[in-house]
Structure formats: structure tokens, C-alpha cells
Design a protein around this ligand. Structure first.
Ligand SMILES: C[S@@+](CC[C@H](N)C(=O)[O-])C[C@H]1O[C@@H](n2cnc3c(N)ncnc32)[C@H](O)[C@@H]1O
Length: 448
């Protein structure tokens, strides 16, 4: 309970806000958890993330006990049914009578007339028991089955299988449904990273070095995220593959980071020494403030010029920078583990709209780049429309730019494995990492 509000009522509220207001789960959960006693925090998070990560599976089970499609029900009622079914079918620690009773109570607070329906349906789900039963005819298309079993939209499953192959796509889909680890960036500033790690261990932060990137550490427990080193911002939480993307950036006195907030890659560039200083652009005012505050907390503010600007029209001299990073806004299909709501929100037509923005940003990045310099184009999307097709369109319009294939022996092993013949790096989401796509673009002329 928090302020008299039970955990299930909060879970229903969070799911409703995600669906109705297009809110994001991570910040909403963080805000609600702050009001809960520690004992209940994990339960709220587990219920909400389980309901989002397994949505189509839960809906499939619920549909057997509903006389109309779940999509036609009131949003609050739909959320209540998913909260109840998630506990009954996926959570070991919640006894069925508590799952049903508490959930019906939560629905009664929001939609009193629907309490009877939710009670009846959840009782039937409870009587079927675990594991969730999937009833599909023998003729069902295997990819439709995979979509249901892993709770991803079928259109996304079909794309990933076509691009990654069945085995790798299946592994990526399954990893999206698992608990995400928390990774941090060591910032040793001349100290031996292992000595720094030992000191952090002494302070209660257990973790191990990751093969993905030189300063990446995967914490042993996701709850370590509340450790003071992280809570105060001295240590940055940065996914291991996000850190690995910075290994593609050409070392330079000044690196321009054109989409910088919240600052994970800016901080990685400084910590690894790839940049002595960074010019960090960000358009969103709140995120710009967050970026500046994060750098301040890390003691890195002096080395970064934070500029609030539209990077499609950057207020910087053209052709002046040897090394530019564009970590573009994107669909985020590589981050479904951490942002499970995206899979239910995204539609294929979103990709063309995002690509138009990405093309404008990449063209501006290339304009800033000096002859002989390079631009690293990164997205946390696996979709060709936002990656290969953006690069092809922009490079096709210029005679002075080409795709450069990184030298595999210079890359961390997991990154080298993600390198494709045409030079693009497609990192599928995995048990320990988010998914990304990256391309290095080289501008002709100048000296190397
Ligand atoms: C993928 S995130 C960047 C993550 C960041 N590089 C990091 O590693 O922490 C993309 C960022 O680009 C910003 N953005 C979107 N459109 C922009 C534009 N036209 N100009 C500058 N920033 C933009 C978004 O607000 C968002 O903060």
C-alpha cells in the first residue's frame, strides 16, 4: 500500500496511462515506486512489466473467458484483467486468491460496475492454472505462433526473422521478455579500472567487466541501481552495447554529439578518452537540463559544451569537426526489454516518419564533418528503414561520402560478430545488451 493506494491499483493506473496517454513505463514506474515501501516496489514493477511483456499471451488466455474482444472493453477494465492474469499465470509469489481479490478491488475503485466481470473472468483463469494454455490450431503459421508465444506484434516478428534469421530472431524475441540487467560506465580518470571496480565492490556495488566495451560493468543485481554512486549520478547507467557504439567513434580533441541526452554516450566518449571535449547538442529542453545536470554530477561539466539546438540546423561551423556522433531519435525496437510498451505502440508506418527526421539529421551531421573525418550514425532500432535506407538515401545524394567497414580486429568481440559484409553493424538485443544498428561514414579529402 502507498498513501492508502494498493499496489494493484497503481499497476492498473500505470497500464492505463501507458495505453491512454502514451506514457513510458520506466519513468512512470520510477515515480510510483518512490511512494511505495521497499517491500512493494518489486511487486509493482514485476506486475506491470510482466503484463506488458506478455500482453498478447495474456490476452489470448483472457479471450477464452470474454464474450467480446478485449480491445472493445474500457481501458481500465482491460488493464485490470491483464494485471490479474499476469499475477495468476506468470508470478510465482502471488497466491491466486490474493491476485483475484486485490485486482478486483483495484478495478472496483476505478470502474465499480466492471468489478463483477473482472472477478468472474479472473476466477476462470485461476481455475485453469499455470502455465498459460495456448490453443492454436495445428495449421497456425509458425511465425504467428512465435509472435503469440513471445508476445510481440506479428509484423515485427516477420521482419526480424527476415533480417536476422529464425534462430537469432527467436533469441532476440525471448531476450526482450527477460529482466534487463543494469550496466554502468566506469570513469577511471587515469586510475586502473579494476582498482576502481574493487573500490566500488568495497562500497557494496557488485559487478563484473563486460566483453562489450572497455569500461562497461554489468551489475550483479538490478536493485543495485539505487546505490548512492548511481543515485547521485557519479556513476552513469549505460547499456553495454550503447557503450560499444562509442568504440566506432574516431578519437579526436573535440567530438560533436548531435543527439546527446541523457548523456550516456557523451560520458562514454570522455571516460574512454575518445574525446577530450564534447560539443553536445540536444533539442528537448527538459532533456538538455538533465544532460547538463548529469555531467555536473559526474564532474564532467567542464569538458562538455551543452547546446540546446535542433541538430538538423546545428549552430556550428560546417566542415569543422573530424569526428561526429549521431545517435538519432528512432523507434527503439532494440530496447523492448527495457521499454516493453513500444512493441504495442509502434506501427510500421511510423518508420517512414522517423526516417525523414533521421535523413535530415544525418545530412546535417555530414555537413559538420571535416574532409577526411567520419560520422558514426547509430540508432537503437533494428529496422532497415531507419538505418540502411537512411544511409543509402543520404550517401546517394553526395559524391564525397562513403560507408566505411570497421576493421573487425579493432572491435570488441561481440561488436565484431555484429558486422555485416556491407559495413553496417546490427546488434540484436540479447540477454546482456540492448539492440543497435551503426554505420561509419567517411568523408573524402583531408588527411587521415
Ligand atoms: C537516442 S536519444 C540519444 C541518447 C544519447 N545519445 C545517450 O547515449 O544517452 C536521441 C535524443 O535526440 C534528441 N533529439 C531528437 N530530435 C533532435 C533534434 N532535431 N536535434 C537535437 N536533438 C534531437 C531526443 O530528444 C533524444 O534525447
Amino acid at each position: 500500500m502507498t498513501d492508502g493506494v494498493p499496489v494493484r491499483a497503481l499497476a492498473v493506473e500505470v497500464l492505463v496511462r501507458i495505453e491512454r496517454d502514451r506514457a513510458f513505463a520506466a519513468p512512470l514506474l520510477a515515480a510510483k515506486e518512490g511512494r511505495l515501501p521497499p517491500r512493494d516496489r518489486g511487486l509493482l514493477r514485476t506486475i506491470v512489466l510482466s503484463a506488458l511483456r506478455n500482453r498478447s499471451l495474456l490476452d489470448h488466455v483472457l479471450a477464452r473467458h470474454l464474450s467480446r474482444p478485449i480491445e472493445t472493453l474500457d481501458t481500465d477494465v482491460r488493464a485490470g484483467l491483464r494485471v490479474g492474469a499476469a499475477q495468476l499465470l506468470l508470478l510465482e509469489r502471488v497466491p491466486p486468491h490474493a491476485a483475484v481479490g486485490e485486482t478486483v478491488g483495484a478495478v472496483r475503485l476505478r470502474v465499480p460496475r466492471a468489478a463483477g466481470l473482472v472477478n468472474a473472468v479472473l476466477r476462470k483463469v485461476a481455475s485453469e492454472g499455470k502455465p498459460p494454455r495456448i490453443d492454436l490450431g495445428p495449421e497456425t503459421d509458425p511465425l504467428a505462433r512465435l509472435a503469440l508465444e513471445t508476445s510481440h506484434p506479428e509484423w515485427l516478428v516477420r521482419r526480424w526473422v527476415a533480417d536476422l534469421g529464425l534462430e537469432a530472431a527467436e533469441a532476440a524475441l525471448l531476450s526482450d521478455d527477460a529482466e534487463a540487467s543494469v550496466d554502468v560506465l566506469l570513469d577511471p580518470r587515469g586510475e586502473d579500472p579494476d582498482v576502481l571496480l574493487a573500490r566500488l565492490r568495497h562500497g557494496g556495488l557488485e559487478g563484473k567487466r563486460s566483453p562489450w566495451a572497455p569500461l562497461a560493468v554489468t551489475l550483479s543485481s538490478a536493485s543495485a541501481g539505487s546505490h548512492p554512486e548511481i543515485a547521485t549520478g557519479r556513476l552513469a547507467v549505460v547499456d553495454v552495447a550503447a557503450q560499444a557504439m562509442c568504440e566506432l567513434v574516431e578519437p579526436a580533441e573535440v567530438v560533436v554529439d548531435l543527439a546527446a541526452a541523457p548523456g550516456g554516450k557523451t560520458r562514454t566518449l570522455l571516460a574512454t578518452g575518445r574525446a577530450r571535449r564534447v560539443v553536445a547538442l540536444e533539442r528537448n529542453p527538459t532533456r538538455t537540463r538533465r544532460l547538463a545536470a548529469g555531467l555536473q554530477a559526474a564532474g564532467r561539466a567542464e569538458e562538455v559544451l551543452v547546446v540546446r539546438a535542433d541538430s538538423a540546423r546545428p549552430p556550428l561551423p560546417r566542415g569543422a569537426f573530424r569526428s561526429v556522433l549521431l545517435d538519432a531519435p528512432c523507434s527503439g525496437t532494440g530496447t523492448l526489454r527495457k521499454n516493453p510498451e513500444i512493441r504495442w505502440r509502434l506501427v510500421p508506418t511510423d518508420l517512414a516518419r522517423l526516417a525523414a527526421t533521421q535523413r535530415a539529421l544525418l545530412a546535417a551531421a555530414l555537413d559538420l564533418c571535416a574532409p577526411g573525418g567520419s560520422v558514426v550514425y547509430v540508432t537503437c532500432s533494428l529496422e532497415p528503414e531507419e538505418n540502411e535506407e537512411v544511409v543509402a538515401a543520404v550517401v546517394g545524394e553526395r559524391a564525397d561520402v562513403s560507408v566505411e567497414r570497421p576493421e573487425p580486429s579493432r572491435l570488441p568481440a561481440p561488436l565484431a560478430r555484429a558486422l555485416r559484409p556491407a559495413g553496417v553493424l546490427r546488434v540484436a538485443p540479447g540477454a546482456s545488451n540492448d539492440g543497435f544498428t551503426a554505420t561509419v561514414l567517411r568523408k573524402d579529402g583531408g588527411s587521415r
